[in-house]
Ligand binder design. Structure first.
Ligand SMILES: [Fe+2]
Ligand SMILES: [Fe+2]
Length: 434
């Protein structure tokens, strides 16, 4: 899959160098020649065309979204050179949208002005719920940044924008298009995508540089902002490359496992560039704390296969025994204990009990039949699944344990919505202490 740049530490990046690179690499979206693309388009099968339209629609929607959402960053930056680089990025994002508008009208043959082709792309992209969640969250974090600029809000917005939308989604999508879908054909589309990829590398470098500065000047606020976004969006990352039809990837010989692994590798490379590791991130159902990207991809596919997480083609649950065991492990992984402790996760309606030794920044270790534990969490299996997916705090959930154990476990589900986290915190405060 697409190559990922080597982890260069962000402290080596200079704002004025990014500006100079922008001047040196200016290109024209209106000059790209689509003559051969129009001829090539006629030779593609309907399935191949639909697949390319789907992925380009995600791209086009994303480009427009980031053009709109860049504005609030200006109010949170205080150095002139940061603002100048920001301005170059905004010009780039508009240019990328213009390029996709031209592709849709001149190659695909759609009618309408930019607003109309964009609306069509947005309708196509909206079918991918993970993508919709990530871009909607970007709207929310940038709106928050506009209302109350702060180092934490800025770090949260950069993480969503530069690390996830650009560094994880756009770079992977670009690789799928140029290395598979347009290989040996559609030269105009490939030429534009190559230019876009160069621009995006600069944008990501800018985001990493800003994050690195924030981590130096406001370490606690910056880390909180980064982890807020990562833990909130991590459950959706694997769903980003789910086309409406599996055949959209199969027809080009693309293995989704490779795409998932490349996406997570890309994300961890970017985190490394600002001195962070995934093991510091409060986890969620998807185990982003695993170090091997293929181990993450395999776990994701296992979770999908056993109904723990839904896909566009299969609903989540009903869970089989393996699904419950995977879910219990995911819950243990999501816990962020202050010290090592034993956690029991029990599916009451299944008579399934799983005990783990959990410790800060470590993978949970299965503790077999151990009966003495610090904290017990139980619910019916389907309710455990709802809790782990962050969709609510079902009534059947029970927590009990020692006072010291509860104190060491301030939150079980850092990625849950604020209301679920608040409810869980209340539940933890109310638990019978032994
Ligand atoms: Fe872009
Ligand atoms: Fe960008």
């Amino acid at each position: 899959m697409t190559s990922v740049s080597k982890p260069t530490h962000a402290s080596t990046i200079a704002y004025m160098d990014l500006y100079a690179r922008w001047e040196a690499s200016n290109w024209s979206a209106v000059d790209i020649d689509f003559t051969q693309d129009r001829a090539d388009w006629q030779t593609l099968s309907e399935l191949e065309r639909d697949a390319i339209i789907w992925l380009c629609s995600l791209f086009y929607t994303g480009e427009d979204q980031v053009t709109d959402d860049l504005g609030p960053f200006a109010g949170a930056l205080d150095r002139e050179e940061q603002l100048y680089v920001l301005t170059t990025q905004q010009v780039d994002e508009a240019r990328h949208s213009v390029f996709f508008h031209r592709f849709f009208t001149e190659v695909v043959g759609q009618d309408g002005d930019l607003t109309q082709t964009l609306r069509a792309a947005q309708r196509c992209a909206a079918a991918n719920s993970a993508f919709a969640t990530v871009v909607t969250h970007l709207d929310a974090v940038t709106a928050q940044l506009a209302r109350r600029p702060s180092p934490r809000a800025l770090a949260a917005a950069i993480t969503n924008y530069h690390l996830i939308v650009e560094g994880t989604i756009a770079q992977q999508g670009q690789g799928l298009l140029t290395e598979h879908m347009c290989m040996g054909r559609l030269p105009g589309l490939r030429a534009g995508l190559t230019q876009i990829e160069h621009d995006e590398r600069r944008h990501i470098a800018f985001g990493l540089k800003l994050l690195d500065d924030l981590l130096k000047d406001h370490p606690q606020a910056a880390r909180a902002g980064i982890f807020d976004t990562l833990s909130r969006l991590a459950p959706h990352l694997a769903g980003l490359i789910y086309p409406p039809e599996p055949a959209y990837l199969e027809v080009f010989g693309i293995d989704r496992r490779d795409v998932i692994a490349a996406g997570f590798r890309s994300l961890t490379t970017k985190l490394a560039a600002v001195g962070l590791t995934a093991s510091e991130i409060p986890g969620w159902v998807i185990p982003i704390t695993l170090t091997d990207p293929y181990a993450i991809a395999d776990r994701v596919q296992l979770l999908e296969q056993h109904g723990v997480i839904a896909t566009p083609y299969t609903s989540a649950g009903p869970l089989n025994d393996t699904g419950v065991a995977l879910l219990a492990e995911a819950i243990a992984r999501s816990a962020a204990p202050r010290r090592p402790l034993y956690l029991e996760v029990r599916a009451r309606d299944r008579d399934q009990r799983h005990v783990f030794l959990i410790a800060p920044s470590n993978d949970p270790q299965p503790a077999g039949a151990r009966t003495s534990v610090d904290v017990r969490l139980s619910a019916d299996a389907d309710d455990l699944a709802k809790l782990a997916r962050g969709t609510g705090l079902p009534r059947s959930v029970r927590v009990s344990g020692s006072a010291a154990g509860i104190r060491a476990l301030p939150t079980l589900f850092p990625a849950a919505s604020q209301s679920v986290r608040a409810e869980l915190a209340r539940l933890l405060r109310r638990v019978p202490r032994r």
